[in-house]
Design a protein around this ligand. Structure first.
Ligand code: NAG
Ligand code: NAG
Length: 283
């Protein structure tokens, strides 16, 4: 089972190393960066911005952004950093696995250079528009997602590519797969189709959010909220994969993770800070 997550308008920015170090191995869901599972219980900053606007790292107007794509066992457990020969994450989180394995920080060329070496400027441009990190450079975030999660998905194993494997092909294929599944779940548009749009004056209920997505995908995804369940921050879409994660078909499932949004309190879907957004064309 896999999950693709879209981050919204208000993902929390946490120093992930600190948060995860406090809770090694105790999480029942993938602790991807930023560690939103920890945000629910931590006083944290809420941001409708990236923190790297000066470098042009802004959020895409009229769209959610990508968090990642990861494998989950059916009991909700998961593996992480499964192949240290493909460790490209400059800031591993966790830095030490529950079994004591130390994950060394990567200091080599960014994964963006891998994409370029395959002549995939189109993919790189798309990722910079829609796979935007909050609080770290985009390429560091992408590398984290690959090394923490894709190395635990067997279809990306180097051995599965056979003798024609070209170095970093698995990385580029993973990024392509993430983008493809992001296209399958256009969160902003699916919510807007039910009249649910970002607003700093209106609120929504969890049922309204769930019904809006169910009416489009047939399944209820995980909704993540911060601020004690009152500010919408993430949606995770769960799927079974028929075939490879690279090129197979995804069958949508109901989430196996309980929502962190309040079942009773009004939920805010915040408008972004205008200077943190930019126009992007979707193609
Ligand atoms: C968080 O929400 C719960 C349930 O709605 C409520 O009982 C609790 O008082 C809230 N806590 C804070 C700190 O607002
Ligand atoms: C909406 O509210 C959030 C949280 O207070 C704020 O950061 C953001 O800038 C606001 N957006 C607009 C368009 O006012």
């Amino acid at each position: 089972m896999i999950a693709i997550a879209a981050i919204t308008f208000a993902a929390s920015v946490l120093s992930h190393g600190v948060v995860e170090a406090k809770r090694p191995g105790s999480l029942s869901i993938p602790t991807t960066f930023p560690d939103l599972s920890a945000c629910g219980s931590e006083p944290s900053f809420f941001s409708t911005w990236t923190g790297l606007e000066k470098r042009g790292q802004k959020l895409p107007k009229g769209s959610w952004t990508i968090h990642g794509l990861w494998p989950d066992n059916c009991d909700g457990s998961f593996e992480q950093y499964c192949d240290l020969s493909r460790q490209f994450d400059p800031t591993p989180s966790p830095a030490i696995l529950p079994d004591g394995t130390v994950i060394p920080a990567y200091r080599g060329p960014g994964v963006d250079t891998f994409i370029q070496s395959f002549g995939r400027q189109d993919l790189l441009d798309y990722m910079n528009k829609f796979w935007v990190s909050q609080g770290s450079p985009n390429a560091a975030f992408w590398a984290h997602e690959f090394s923490k999660h894709a190395t635990c998905t067997s279809t990306f194993d180097v051995a599965c590519y056979g003798p024609k494997y070209r170095k970093h092909q698995d990385v580029v294929d993973f990024f392509d797969a993430v983008v493809r599944s992001f296209h399958q779940y256009p969160t902003f548009d699916m919510l807007a189709a039910s009249g649910i749009v970002p607003s700093n004056s209106t609120t929504y209920t969890i049922s309204q959010l769930q019904n809006a997505i169910r009416s489009q995908t047939g399944s209820v995804p995980f909704f993540g909220c911060t601020n004690n369940g009152t500010i919408l921050s993430e949606v995770w879409y769960f799927s079974h994969v028929l075939g490879t994660e690279q090129f197979g078909t995804y069958k949508t499932l109901d989430a196996t993770t309980k929502s962190s949004c309040s079942a009773v309190a009004p939920i805010r879907y915040l408008e972004r800070t205008p200077s943190s957004e930019r126009e992007v064309r979707r193609d």
